[in-house]
Design a protein. Sequence first.
Length: 309
Amino acid sequence: MTDLRTLPVPDGLDGMRVDAGLARLLGLSRSAVAALAESGDVELDGSPAGKSDRLLAGSWLEVRLPGQEEPEAPPVPVDGLTVVHEDEDLVVVNKPVGVAVHPSPGWEGPTVLGGLAAAGINLAESGPPERRGVVHRLDVGTTGVMVLAKSEHAYSVLKRAFRERTVDKHYHALVQGHPDPSKGTIDAPIDRHPRHDHKFAVVSEGKPSVTHYEIVEAFRAASLVDVKLETGRTHQIRVHFSAVRHPCVGDLTYGADPTLARHLGITRQWLHAYSLVFDHPADGRRVTFDSEYPPDLQHALDVLRAQDH
């Protein structure tokens, strides 16, 4: 297992290069830190940091140090995991509910990487062993379209595209009530919840987090919203809509009404990554991949529509 260190950048390292500052902080050689940065194991405020980037006091630092070998995903077929598109550089999949993207401590369920391995799809070698080819993630309880890199070139290009926010990620979320205004932006910093390790929250010293939304269909009890992420924090959509008192339907972790969830037959957050648009790493052409709602989310909409008519 890798050793994950998370901490704010100390004042004494403000302005220093990543390799020099972390070498001092962690007791490593500059070359060792440079290698960690090169492999994507150093992040500042959620974005990969290069060895020559500058540290900013108070920025949130995450460093993955090599320890025991992380378990690689065993090749196990995953029910419902479908390949939307595949070429020499990348594979686009439709992720079902209850499936993690990659192995992690404590998770014993199915993974996207394991499903692809079982299908004979080889991913890029870049990144930590348990996350090879992974350039972005979806929560276990979130369904929808995601892309993984097969070539080293694609891994590099796609990681940079996500970091520089040139990828358009659109989600649909069914949220309780009716957000006001019907089209707007939630700009509120997010970090780990001060009291619950498994949750995140809007906190004043958190990482900048921006969510754009627009209501596309309104019901008496809920609204279907189109969501575009400007940043990609963990649980961002769920945290932001909970913070404005319109949690995702079924998201009991973030304050959803359990009675409404039962009525609609929802046992997880109603949140679906329905569209992914990016420049293809091979030739730069803009490509779009979509994903239809899975049956449980569609059923909830059908119930709401029937009630309102």
